[in-house]
Design a binder for this molecule. Structure first.
Ligand SMILES: C[S@@+](CC[C@H](N)C(=O)[O-])C[C@H]1O[C@@H](n2cnc3c(N)ncnc32)[C@H](O)[C@@H]1O
Length: 187
């Protein structure tokens, strides 16, 4: 698949705004494949909208489907405004806020892309709890080219240990993109 127009547009918004945290194309392609496999009537959550690159891959992966609800949460009002400036299908909902506060109203999901410190470094248990039985959780940046800080390395290691040893999850590490862990909820 060529890079979808929604992804290119998100990359351009990020470039213009100096936003440097967009997910890699390789991760986005993987995410799009998972989105396309979500059950009819399913629900997808992205934690950390950024400028909308991951969201663009999710929408592209869904093709012409309109039976899936897609929710994306962003903490930073200025970053949220970047993604909100774009046109998204009617079944995409952009939320401005801290995922920590939004869990009680978001519900449960068949696919979660946890791509923010909130919901990954903190509240990972709540992210796991928001998975439907059989639901998939994807995290990236598990093996970045370099660590931002010693805390970054430590917290990432803690996320990996939690996911790979969690009794309620099947989990696998993938040496794809920036290092992915893909999990499915058991039960
Ligand atoms: C790595 S970027 C997201 C990139 C985006 N998912 C993509 O695919 O391009 C992480 C984003 O999460 C946001 N964020 C950080 N903590 C958050 C929280 N607790 N709740 C929601 N969003 C958060 C940041 O402001 C930032 O825009």
């Amino acid at each position: 698949m060529n890079t979808p127009a929604a992804v290119s547009a998100a990359q351009e918004r990020a470039r213009a705004a100096g936003f440097t945290m967009s997910s890699e194309e390789s991760c986005g392609r993987f995410l799009g494949v998972l989105a396309g496999a979500v059950r009819p009537g399913g629900r997808i959550l992205e934690i950390g909208t950024g400028s909308g690159a991951g969201l663009g891959w999710i929408v592209a992966g869904l093709g012409g489907r309109s039976d899936v609800e897609v929710h994306s949460v962003e903490l930073d009002p200025a970053i949220h405004a970047l993604a909100a400036a774009a046109e998204w299908p009617s079944w995409v909902r952009l939320h401005l806020g801290d995922v920590h506060d939004l869990y009680p109203v978001l519900g449960s999901f068949d696919l979660i892309f946890a791509d923010a410190p909130g919901g990954k470094w903190t509240d990972l248990d709540r992210t796991i709890a928001a998975l439907t039985p059989g639901g998939l959780l994807l995290v990236d940046d598990m093996r970045p080219e370099r660590w931002g800080s010693a805390d970054h390395e430590r917290l990432t290691g803690e996320v990996a240990t939690t996911l790979l040893t969690h009794p309620g999850l099947n989990a696998v590490e993938l040496t794809w993109s920036t290092g992915l862990i893909l999990c499915s909820r058991i039960g």
